[in-house]
Structure formats: structure tokens, C-alpha cells
Ligand binder design. Structure first.
Ligand SMILES: [Zn+2]
Ligand SMILES: [Zn+2]
Length: 305
């Protein structure tokens, strides 16, 4: 089952040639979810061979321009290309009004519905529950209302052992009940223990996106144990005071969250444009959490156990 993230932009604040503004495309179970949409994200989607119209949902962490200014342009292009499919946009309060004002003054009358959902929670909140996955939004400490996102697969059903169906002549209903963990009673009254029929399923995978945020240990229980944590690291430790003042993290702080949250892997993103080479930040983080990598525009990262 696909579950991966394509990084479209890994830079902070101002785009550079190597790193565009924040945006990622998550693919899960055939659904394309855009997380953040900095300026130029639609160009990045095209550059990396993604169909704009496949985006079903947009999650906007906060309304700073480097996470949000690409959204009106993207929606406008979808309109011009003839989209009729609805799209859902989750954003903090004000996002809807900003987009509607732009479309009003530009005389843009979208031919497809945009369903805006306001992120306004003091506690982690499940914002979407699908059959195979769910999305939780959680507030973070930043200079504007800002939310992180946790995308987690639902616990898969048990797997039927090979030959169970044929051996016991199970009906479709019996198979479903067995996968749900039930014992099965045959017509002659024989009880088949569930453990005879099924095998454990694979473990569900999870991905967390925390960008932008100050260092905040209250994130630890929320992202605990995720398979991939994408965490902002705008600065290195030499700029710790500036990071705190601007409500951002250093690479060491991101790694500290990863270590304490016992995540599987850490991906750093949202690098300040002052760093042409982010290797020192990665090295800094690896001294605390070894399995750290840098997000790179155009690369796809698998969410795996
Ligand atoms: Zn930012
Ligand atoms: Zn910000």
C-alpha cells in the first residue's frame, strides 16, 4: 500500500534556487494530500511530474506566506484547467477569507467547490477519518496559530492464512469475520479458533509534519513512535536565541524531539536561506539522533517500518 511523501519545498521564508518554499505531497492509498503550499508549489508539482488535478485535499499549517501564498495560484490554475472535482482545504482562521478576497478582486469564479475547514483547536484533534488512514491536527508554538499534522494508517485487518478459505470452505462473510478477529462456527458445529485461520497484519505506518514551531516538548507524546518525523530546523545551534525569538527550532532541538519521541527516522526541513550547505545541520542533529536526513526538493521518501 503506497505511503510516501514528495518534498516540493524545503526552504524557510524565502525561496532559493535549491530550496523552494514549504510544500509536500503525501500519497496514501491512492489519495494525494498537499501539505502547505508556499509560492510556486504548483510549478514544483509540475516539475516533479504530478498532476495538479489529482490533489484532493490541502492542509495549511499556518498563514505565513512561505506556507500559504501558493494556494490561490494553485486553485486558480486548477480552475483554468477545467477542474470540476471538489477540493478540501484545512487552514487556520483567516485562510478562507484571504482566498475569497483575492478571488473576489480578481474576478475569479471557481468552477469547482472549495470546502474550507477551519483549524482551531487547543488539543490534538482528528480532522479526517478514512477507511485506511486518519489525520490528526495539533497546535504548535509559533508566531501565528500553527498546526502540525499526523497522518496514520488505521490498524489493518488480520490476514487470512493461505488455504484457510478453501480448506474450511469459508464464505465471504466468514472470511470478513475471521479477518476482524472472530472465531468461526462451521455448519457441523465445529468451532475454528481465529488463530488457526489468520496471521497478524503488518504494522500500521505513520508520518508527522511539524513546521513551523518553536522547541516544544509537548510535541513528544503526539509524535511518539512515528515512522517518519518531518521537523523544521530553520537554524543551527549557534542561532538558538534567534530560533527561540522567532519561534523556530534548531537542528539539535529537532533531534531532541525525535530522540525523546522515539521516532524511527527524522527528516529535517525548512532550512534558512543562509545555509547553502545543510550538512552541518544534519551532523549536529545526528549527534543526538543518528537516523536523520535532510529533506531535498524533488525527492520522494517512503514511510516504512
Ligand atoms: Zn515557514
Ligand atoms: Zn511560520
Amino acid at each position: 500500500m503506497e505511503f510516501n511523501v514528495l518534498v516540493l519545498g524545503s526552504g524557510a521564508a524565502t525561496p532559493t534556487y535549491a530550496r523552494r518554499c514549504s510544500s509536500q505531497l503525501v500519497s496514501i492509498c491512492g489519495t494525494r494530500i498537499l501539505i502547505d503550499c508556499g509560492e510556486g508549489s504548483q510549478n514544483q508539482l509540475r516539475k516533479y511530474h504530478q498532476k495538479l488535478q489529482n490533489v484532493k485535499m490541502v492542509l495549511i499549517s499556518h498563514l505565513h506566506g512561505d506556507h500559504f501564498f501558493g494556494l490561490p495560484g494553485l486553485l486558480s490554475t486548477m480552475h483554468l484547467l477545467g477542474r470540476t472535482e471538489p477540493i478540501t482545504v484545512y487552514a487556520p482562521s483567516g485562510g478562507r477569507e484571504a482566498i475569497e478576497l483575492l478571488f473576489s478582486v480578481s474576478g475569479t469564479d471557481l468552477r469547482f467547490p472549495v470546502e474550507f475547514k477551519v483549524l482551531d483547536f487547543a488539543e490534538p484533534t482528528v480532522i479526517l477519518k478514512e477507511r485506511f488512514y486518519n489525520i490528526t491536527a495539533f497546535p504548535m508554538r509559533h508566531s501565528l496559530p500553527c498546526y502540525g499534522f499526523l497522518i496514520a494508517e488505521e490498524q489493518p485487518l488480520l490476514n487470512l492464512k493461505p488455504m484457510s478459505r478453501i480448506r474450511y470452505n469459508l464464505s465471504n462473510v466468514d472470511c470478513v469475520r475471521a479477518k476482524q478477529g472472530e472465531d468461526i462456527e462451521l455448519e457441523d458445529g465445529t468451532i475454528l479458533k481465529n488463530s488457526e485461520l489468520t496471521m497478524p497484519p503488518r504494522q500500521p505506518r505513520s508520518y508527522a509534519y511539524c513546521c513551523d514551531t518553536a522547541f516544544d516538548e509537548s510535541l513528544i507524546p503526539i509524535v511518539h513512535g512515528v515512522d517518519l518525523l518531518c521537523m523544521e530546523s530553520t537554524f543551527d545551534e549557534a542561532f538558538k536565541a534567534m530560533a527561540e525569538e522567532r519561534c523556530h527550532c534548531t537542528a539539535s532541538q529537532a533531534a531532541t524531539i525525535a530522540r525523546k519521541a522515539e521516532v524511527r527516522r527524522l527528516m529535517l526541513t525548512h532550512f534558512s536561506a543562509r545555509y547553502r550547505d545543510v550538512e552541518p545541520l544534519i551532523a549536529e542533529a545526528r549527534s543526538i539522533f543518528p537516523d536523520t536526513m535532510a529533506a531535498e526538493d524533488g525527492l520522494t521518501y517512503q514511510i516504512e517500518k
